[in-house]
Design a protein around this ligand. Sequence first.
Ligand code: GLP
Length: 243
Amino acid sequence: MEVIVVEPERFGDAALEAVFRATADIASPVVGLATGKTPVPLYAALRARAGAEWVARVRPFAIDEYGGRRDHPCANRAYFALHWGAIPGAAAVEQFDPDAPDRAVECNRLATALEAAGGLDLVVLGIGTNGHLAFNEPGSGPGTSARAVRLTEASMAAARGCWGLETPDTGLTLGLAELLGARRAVLLATGPAKAAIVAEALEGPEGPHCPASYLQGHPATVVVLDTGAAALLRRGGGATRRD
Ligand code: GLP
């Protein structure tokens, strides 16, 4: 696992460099895309830079979606329209449809489409304050596949900032099997509020109590942190570490 720590103002560019590096040798990479506040600087950097050539090669897949209305402004669908769709040359993101009549069928549909595309070449991930990856909440094992889930209180609390009283208590997510099956992974985290969970995920024991900890066993993960999120790493922040 490679851990890159940068000053907050460098975060978007550092994340973009990690993503470019992870896909440099792949002509048409299948890429799983995170939502949330963390990757916003990555998508902004992609828009601002000569990223369009890379974007045009990418086959993008959403890694999760809220179980609320599909057309809700806080749905990941709206997020992608804003942050990904605004990048010139970007292909439409393959996404979960929370309005599908049967969510189990819908999750299988997306997982099958992903499998048909050859699986993920790269997954770009954020981390929840409870250690979730996408909506694989604590308790999720490494063999879990795409499915509808119930959100934890921590995830709902994070969602309330946007969704307010309409905060969904369910989600649709790729499983840890699909995410950890990605050939390469880039995990992103920013800010001191993520410092404790980042330290637990990277340096604590691997297990379902912290789904992000399974990345320790992934063969090709790059972690990009700002100094706030790296503050509690025992092996330090402010430097690049490879182990
Ligand atoms: C959300 C999503 C994740 C995301 C994480 C962190 O609820 N399900 O895919 O990575 O929580 O979000 P943020 O970057 O806003 O802290």
